[in-house]
Design a protein around this ligand. Structure first.
Ligand code: UD1
Ligand code: CA
Length: 524
């Protein structure tokens, strides 16, 4: 949260803790998010406000900040990429009102369309917050402080401003000498050389009195450098009526920075991540390398979680107390249980039980549920698989559409063959079973409780509880084959040496009953 420096003329005592101001903020009549602009500098087929940082769209950030004020109505003005943006509004907050802007351009027209739509639901009265849709670091508390200052001072308009090094392109805040109150916002393109010297800028985040906003917008024209209706002109309108307009300066310019291009998207995304990690570290999470660790806004971390370098936690991922994630792990919508370890893993929509161990080099696909103290080991891929408490799939396996009972062990290089080319089928392994190494479990198939299967088996029929399932050719050894068929090779020489030490004689027909037959796997 950015600390607001309450500017000249405010009755809010300087030095008052920000939280007090926030908690005393009255409920606004509406929050209006302006999201109809095109955002051409993104150079994207996607509307600008649908680009994301911290795992949430720019629009989503604006809406969450606005909703935090608990307004009577949260409205979003849309036009460019209308259907995509409206769908995102609905997805983020189904209670929000979508307002269409018509072909008249400008922030003033956008606000006017919103006021008309809101008035249609009952005359708008009281403070109306207007925000831009591309300011991802803006939070609800900063907005609440702005509303509190607006109400306390009895302003007609309260503007959130900041002071920047290079104010090119921004609307400049023109203050009255003496009082320090705001006289006007002058857009860069309309500003005089003297006004362009001003480095205090409009962030496009305001609180308006509803009545002043309604009548001010009705007075607007498009007689300016851009031929647009400027919302910012409502300031001069309010002043002409003798009303008070004040600006509240934030000392956290990044928190009010808009996202105009992909450079800004990356800078603000990194800053958001830095702030998220800072908060988690203060809450008791160890982040070994914040530079290479990325955590989305909605991720939940418990105390004594350790995040090792190269970890990315996305979506609704939640990591419980004492778990260690990383290095080099990406989890999306994954639940990690207390004390679990997840090493060099890529996972989504999976649940990892308490004390379980995953990786290194595991791929958890949706529907993976690993029980307490279970193991999904090295080079293992799982999908739609329930692996019970204490069950282990340690090496080189694919377990998909399967249930592995508690305490069972799946040998290395085992594959569940879940797809017959038309439909998917399930493999069920009971409790405390042992599936041998290199098994092919051809679903639908069941290996019962306490059953074993022999290494190298292709299991196509159910194995009853407690039985041993074997399905492979009997082994036979063709004695002396190498010395007869591969004479002079290092293998033959090694065999000869072994025979001299007491091995069978290749010339002895009794020890080589089928001398000319090549066993499987040695024919070339
Ligand atoms: C606006 C402000 C400027 C401020 C700057 C901060 C005006 C006239 N100027 O300038 O004082 O310093 O923001 O970034 O308000 N939008 C609509 N409909 C439109 C046009 C814009 O909804 O017809 C929305 C955009 O989606 C965006 C916001 O309004 O969220 C600001 O639009 P933008 O084009 O960035 O305004 P600027 O001209 O940069
Ligand atoms: Ca802008």
């Amino acid at each position: 949260m950015g600390a607001l420096v309450v500017s000249t003329g405010s009755t809010t005592p300087a030095g008052q803790p920000a939280d007090d101001a926030a908690s005393s903020a009255p409920r606004p009549a509406a929050v209006v998010v302006l999201a109809a602009g095109q955002g051409t500098r993104m150079r994207s087929a996607r509307p600008k406000v649908l680009h994301a940082v911290g795992g949430r769209s720019l629009l989503g950030h604006a809406m969450v900040a606005g909703r935090a004020l608990d307004p009577q109505t949260l409205a979003v003005v849309v036009r460019h990429g209308r259907d995509l943006v409206a769908a995102e509004v609905e997805r983020v907050d189904a209670a929000a009102l979508v307002v269409d802007q018509d072909e008249v351009p400008g922030t003033g027209r956008a606000a006017q369309c919103a006021v008309e739509a809101l008035d249609a639901r009952g005359p708008l009265d009281g403070p109306v917050v207007v925000t831009a849709s591309d300011v991802p670091l803006l939070d609800g508390e900063t907005l609440a402080q702005l509303v509190a200052a607006h109400v306390t001072d009895g302003n007609a308009v309260t503007i959130l401003t900041t002071v920047v090094e290079d104010a090119t392109g921004y609307g400049r805040i023109v203050r009255e000498e003496g009082s320090g109150d705001v006289l006007a916002i002058v857009e860069h393109k309309d500003a005089t050389d003297a006004q362009r010297e001003i480095r205090e800028i409009n962030t496009s985040i305001f609180v308006f009195d509803a009545d002043v906003l309604r009548r001010g917008l009705a007075s607007l024209g498009t007689d300016n450098a851009q031929g647009e209706m400027y919302l910012t002109d409502v300031v001069a309108f309010a002043r002409a009526e003798g009303r008070t307009v004040r600006a509240v300066i934030t000392d956290d310019p990044v928190a009010v920075e808009g996202t105009n291009d992909r450079l800004a998207l990356s800078v603000l995304g990194k800053e958001m991540n830095r702030r998220i990690l800072e908060r988690w570290m203060l809450d008791g999470v160890t982040v070994v390398d914040p530079e290479t660790t990325w955590v989305d806004v909605d991720v939940e971390l418990a105390p004594d979680v350790t995040l090792l370098p190269g970890t990315q936690l996305h979506g609704a991922t939640a990591v419980a107390e004492g778990a260690t994630v990383g290095p080099d792990t990406t989890l999306t919508d994954v639940e990690v249980g207390p004390g679990a370890t997840v090493v060099r893993t890529h996972g989504s929509l999976a649940v990892i039980g308490a004390g379980a161990s995953v990786g290194p080099f595991a791929y958890l696909r949706p529907g993976t549920v690993l029980g307490e103290r279970g193991k999904i080991g090295t080079f293992v891929e799982t999908k739609n698989a329930e692996i019970g408490a204490g069950a282990k799939v340690p090496h080189l396996s694919y377990i998909g559409d399967a249930t592995i009972g508690e305490g069972s062990n799946v040998g290395a290089a085992t594959v569940t063959l879940n797809y017959d080319g038309v439909a998917k089928h399930r493999t069920v392994v009971g409790a405390h079973a042992k599936v041998g190494g290199d098994n092919m479990l051809v679903a639908p198939v069941t290996v019962g409780d306490g059953a074993y299967t022999a290494a190298g088996s292709v299991i196509t029929r159910d194995v009853p509880a407690g039985a041993l399932g074997v399905s492979r050719a009997q082994q036979r050894n063709v004695e002396g084959w190498v010395e007869r068929k591969r004479p002079g090779t290092p293998a033959a020489e090694a065999a000869a040496r072994a025979r001299a030490d007491g091995g069978p004689d290749p010339a002895d027909p009794a020890s080589a009953p089928a001398a000319d037959a090549a066993p499987e796997g040695t024919s070339h």
